[in-house]
Ligand binder design. Structure first.
Ligand code: HEC
Length: 199
């Protein structure tokens, strides 16, 4: 009997986390059916980005707003009125059939997605060969990694503009070199044909 009591907190935690997970699964289904046409997590669509929405309002506010947003706006709720104005008075439809528990499930799903979005690698994605390099861009590093801008986004073979400019510079250098050699040969020839008179 005593042993069971010891395990109670663990049992409670496991049940709790499984419940949250199941809630998020159910929430995902409702979200995709009823909200995804206007909302996303991590991106603004017709309606606001719902990332971390649970940190902007309390649960009661969210339940009321999702069930009947117009009623909340008409009651003069400051946050609701501001949002409504910000979104050019776009009507969010009522969801009177959704219970507080349904909306709680949606919020669990939104919380999970918010964490995913927050942990997503930020763009631009750094190529693998680049990863060992940390710290400021030195000239040596910039040459070695063709990171000519020095901003950790090295030149790739797709940067046609870069390769075009490099080719033009190469052609100009070769042409100048060629011209210098030719002029030298010409001057030599002139010298041979007209030796200085004092010799
Ligand atoms: C037809 C488009 C549309 C649908 C569908 C919709 N919303 Fe909205 N939602 C909006 C708009 C627009 C706003 C901004 C406030 C306003 O204009 O009323 C908003 C605001 C919100 C807010 C406040 C956001 C913030 O940043 O403070 C929450 C929470 C919300 N919606 C949740 C939901 C949920 C949950 C669903 C699905 C059950 C849903 N919405 C379905 C358009 C929609």
């Amino acid at each position: 009997m005593k042993k069971i009591f010891k395990f109670m907190p663990i049992l409670f935690l496991v049940t709790f986390s499984v419940n949250a997970q199941e809630g998020a699964e159910a929430g995902k289904a409702i979200f995709n059916n009823r909200c995804a046409s206007c909302h996303a997590v991590g991106k603004k669509l017709v309606g606001p980005d719902l990332k971390d929405v649970d940190q902007r309002h309390n649960q009661e506010w969210i339940v009321n707003f999702v069930r009947h947003s117009q009623q909340v706006i008409k009651s003069g709720d400051k946050a609701a009125v501001t949002l409504f104005e910000e979104y050019n008075k776009t009507l969010m439809p009522d969801h009177l059939d959704l219970t507080a528990a349904d909306i709680d499930h949606i919020l669990n799903f939104i919380k999970e997605e918010s964490v995913k979005v927050a942990n997503a690698p930020s763009s631009p994605i750094v190529p693998d060969r680049y990863k060992p390099y940390k710290g400021e861009s030195s000239l040596w590093h910039q040459i070695l990694y063709l990171d000519l801008p020095g901003n950790h986004t090295p030149v790739t073979k797709n940067d046609t503009q870069f390769w075009f400019v490099l080719t033009v510079i190469f052609i100009v250098i070769v042409s100048v070199f060629y011209a210098v050699v030719k002029v030298n040969q010409f001057v030599d020839k002139l010298d041979k044909n007209n030796p200085p008179s004092n010799q």
